[in-house]
Design a protein around this ligand. Structure first.
Ligand code: BTN
Length: 271
């Protein structure tokens, strides 16, 4: 008998299987458990109404309100060569920015590598992983949808905002998911090395760091929660962003004119 919570998405070019479940520790963890070492990966979206241990980048927690926010992970065979797979996370971010604008009239920007921000705070985050076997990508996305920022612990390391806070109306989560999936597939080609110019162009249109003076402290990204910006003056170096390098790293032009490719482990603090 078909699972009553499974459905196929019809708006996307790909026939995604959407599996909706009540609760799980983390949709990313569950897909890794299910498919690591499998021969092939499906196009499957695991949507959990509640995550007990949602994960963010750099081992942080991802908070969301069960039944209100959108937490899901998509697994799919990699559409690009292995070295290009990290850029699929940027593609997901660009797709999300695009549909938030086009379908939900919400202006957001992309804070490299994959935070979605409004003027008020962080609206969504992306956590991607690559499975060597099968050759597949897991892209996990958390979007603050119908909660309000007062629902979040004061413990979060960032200021959260939500679609409800921003637009004053509730957003149907299934519509948001469906719109994202269709747009995401349309951005996959950007991760291919041959399409770097187009990726750079689209990234520059939405780059949160554009025009900001950035302090970079190499290797200290994981310490972001503990660091008081006042205490890091004079450490690391200062520069401005000049886009991406072909691997998808954020390029920062330093005062001496050279370019530094920021790694995801580096700490970036805008002045
Ligand atoms: C971040 O901002 O650091 C990334 C947050 C990613 C959260 C999503 S929610 C669905 C998926 N499952 C997880 O445990 N994390 C991702």
């Amino acid at each position: 008998m078909p699972d009553p919570h499974s459905q196929s998405n019809t708006d996307s070019p790909t026939d995604w299987i959407i599996e909706r479940i009540d609760s799980i520790d983390s949709t990313n963890s569950e897909l890794s458990r299910r498919f690591a070492q499998s021969d092939t990966a499906p196009h499957l979206v695991l949507w959990a109404d509640r995550q007990e241990s949602g994960r963010g980048r750099l081992n942080r927690k991802w908070q969301s309100l069960g039944g209100k926010d959108l937490t899901f992970s998509a697994i799919f065979p990699s559409p690009v060569d292995r070295p290009d797979t990290p850029k699929l996370s940027l593609c997901a971010g660009l797709a999300l920015v695009q549909i938030l604008k086009n379908n939900f009239s919400l202006d957001t920007s992309l804070r490299w590598p994959n935070d979605i921000l409004t003027q008020k705070g962080k609206l969504a985050g992306i956590l991607s992983a690559y499975l060597e076997k099968p050759d597949a990508v897991i892209c996990g996305i958390g979007i603050n949808v119908n909660s309000t920022s007062t629902d979040f612990d004061l413990q979060t390391h960032y200021s959260p905002t939500t679609m409800l806070d921003e637009t004053n109306r509730e957003t149907p989560r299934d519509q948001l998911l469906s719109a994202f999936l269709s747009e995401f597939e349309r951005t996959w080609f950007l991760a291919d090395t041959n399409n770097f110019d187009e990726l750079l162009h689209r990234f520059n249109e939405h780059n949160y760091y554009a025009g900001k003076i950035l302090n970079i402290i190499p290797g200290e990204g994981a310490l972001r929660d503990e660091i008081n910006p006042e205490n890091i003056k004079g450490r690391g170096f200062t520069g401005i962003t000049e886009g991406l390098n072909p691997d998808g790293a954020l390029l920062v032009k330093m005062n001496d004119g050279s370019s530094y490719p920021v790694s995801t482990n580096d700490l970036i603090i805008p002045e």
